[in-house]
Design a protein around this ligand. Structure first.
Ligand code: NAD
Length: 501
């Protein structure tokens, strides 16, 4: 059994053991294994971290943008050095299979590399002026202090999607990771320290909603960058409404979908569906909770889909041969089981009964096998509309492509969508008519890359895409105009002739 980490907050460049209560993080595959013990952040801890970020802000903002970016180059080297150990720790703490954790560390690395690259790229525009003697610029400025509040399911990449652009553009930050994955956050902060980020530029407060809400309520926080569930994101938006200049970026839940058209290549469509629905045990924000299938091929598709799902290897996340591991905790097991039960009550046609895996090594952890059912997208059917966030999937028939769009859009979320078709007209139809942030053709509806915007619409996001897209949120654009003449000439023919006024 691996050693137990002793975590601390990191505030103003010091590792701080809070006097308050502590909490444990567990291995979801073997619940009796404690990964680490961490201080449960209080309102005071959160406020101290904001004060540290505020104090560090002026010097950090005045630091050369290129120098700031170079610290990310240092960080990239450290992440490369530690890729495997980070992946192992992540697999132990969040239950994702180690190959998937490695891919997530690499995704975090890509974000760091992207951010480093932008250090020497333009940070604004040079524009023309109506007056020949004037030079006009659009220049970006940081906002100040960012609160970065993140979920457990991408404990390395998602924080870096937000911390990377924020810090690179000159903001300072307080990072509040999920209470389910504090160990990986702790390791990340150690790497920021080793990379040479000055004290107070990036602070870490462990804990739950208490620390999270304290950050949101602190008037010295200029931007809140949140990724997590809709309910929490909505609460954060409400709490922030009292701050007149508060920027709140919320990336939230989904009921993402794969749409399998009548002309789809069946093998490709099955692989895309299985990966979309059950990779990470259905616990990606973009996981497909629905696969919409053309009625004419539904029977054939369902048969091949279920046969493939039955072959998936589910087990210890540290064993790279497994397709997926456990869900995050017992609460998640219970939530998925309630939705499986609801599907039965809603008279779904159950194709694979799924549920709790209690035998052998599975019995020590939070393992669930996939639940697959066929259901019509009728009004009032909750299972085909609500986010379950686990291995629970509906196969939904549709008559034609117009019908598919109607069913796809008939949910409150709009995050990710994939369409499987050989017909270029159909691709365009779905691209233009479906409501989503990330769209894919002949691919699963998972698998983002950092240089593309990542965000959704409706209850999935409020229009501030993350990763590379976040530069628009963490800076404000200023107009800067300089006159090189010895007299004043105004745009629009406006006179400056004071004597005639
Ligand atoms: P969650 O909403 O329960 O928690 C997210 C974070 O918010 C945690 O750090 C938590 O401590 C904090 N928090 C909880 N209550 C708070 C409050 N009142 N004020 C401030 N902070 C508070 O989410 P989770 O269970 O960790 O993650 C799963 C959810 O995240 C799913 O809904 C998933 O779809 C979503 N998600 C979305 C994206 C995206 O980019 N759209 C990415 C990953 C996950």
């Amino acid at each position: 059994m691996s050693s137990t980490l002793q975590g601390k907050h990191r505030i103003a460049g010091r590792w701080v053991a809070s006097a308050a209560k502590s909490f444990e993080s567990h291995n979801p595959a073997r619940w009796d294994e404690i990964v680490g013990v961490f201080p449960l952040g209080t309102v005071e801890d959160a406020n101290n971290a904001v004060a540290a970020a505020r104090a560090a802000y002026p010097a950090w903002r005045r630091t050369s943008r290129i120098r700031r970016a170079e610290l990310f180059d240092n960080l990239a080297q450290l992440v490369k050095r530690d890729t495997d150990s980070l992946a192992q720790l992540m697999a132990r703490e969040c239950g994702k299979v180690v190959t998937e954790c490695r891919a997530e560390v690499v995704e975090g690395l890509h974000m760091i590399q992207y951010v480093f690259g932008t250090g020497r790229m333009p940070m604004g525009d040079v524009l023309a002026s109506e007056v020949a003697e004037k030079d006009a610029f659009m220049r970006r400025k940081p906002w100040g202090v960012a609160a970065v509040i993140t979920p457990w399911n991408f404990p390395f990449a998602v924080p870096l999607w937000m911390l990377g652009p924020s810090l690179n553009e000159g903001n300072t930050a307080v990072f509040k990771p999920s209470e389910d994955t504090p160990a990986i956050a702790q390791r990340m902060m150690e790497l920021f320290e080793e990379a040479g980020f000055p004290p107070g530029v990036v602070n870490l407060v462990h804990g739950d909603h208490v620390a999270g809400e304290a950050l949101v309520k602190n008037p010295d926080v200029n931007i809140v960058l949140f990724t997590g569930s809709y309910d929490v994101g909505h609460r954060i938006q409400q709490l922030s409404a009292d701050f007149y200049d508060r920027i709140v970026a919320c990336e939230m839940g989904s009921k993402s979908a794969v749409i399998v058209c009548e002309d789809a290549r069946l093998d490709l469509a099955v692989t895309a569906g299985v990966v979309s629905a059950f990779k990470t045990s259905g616990q990606r924000c973009v996981s497909a909770g629905r696969i919409l299938v053309a009625e004419k091929i539904m029977d054939k598709y369902a048969e091949q889909f279920v046969a493939t799902v039955k072959r998936l290897k589910i087990g210890d996340p540290l064993d790279a041969s497994h397709f997926t591991g456990p869900v995050i905790h017992q609460g998640a097991v219970e939530k998925v089981e309630q939705y499986n039960e609801l599907a039965r009550k809603e008279k779904a046609d159950i194709l694979l009964a799924g549920g709790r895996m209690n035998g052998g090594a599975h019995g020590k952890g939070c393992f669930l096998s996939p639940f697959v059912y066929r259901q019509e997208a009728k009004p009032g059917i909750r299972t085909v509309r609500e986010e379950v966030f686990g291995p629970h999937l509906a196969l939904i028939p549709f008559e034609n492509n117009e019908d598919a769009v109607r069913i796809y859009n008939d949910v409150e979320y709009g995050l990710s969508m994939a369409v499987i078709t050989e017909d270029y007209r159909a691709m365009r139809w779905f691209r233009d008519e479906c409501e989503y942030g990330m769209g894919y053709v002949n691919l699963p509806c998972i698998g983002a890359e950092v240089h593309l915007p990542f965000g959704g619409v409706k209850k999935s996001g409020n229009g501030h895409p993350s990763a590379a897209g976040l530069i628009e949120t963490v800076t404000h654009k200023t107009a800067w105009t300089v006159n090189h003449a010895t007299e004043i000439k105004m745009a629009q023919g406006l006179t400056t002739d004071i004597a005639k006024v």
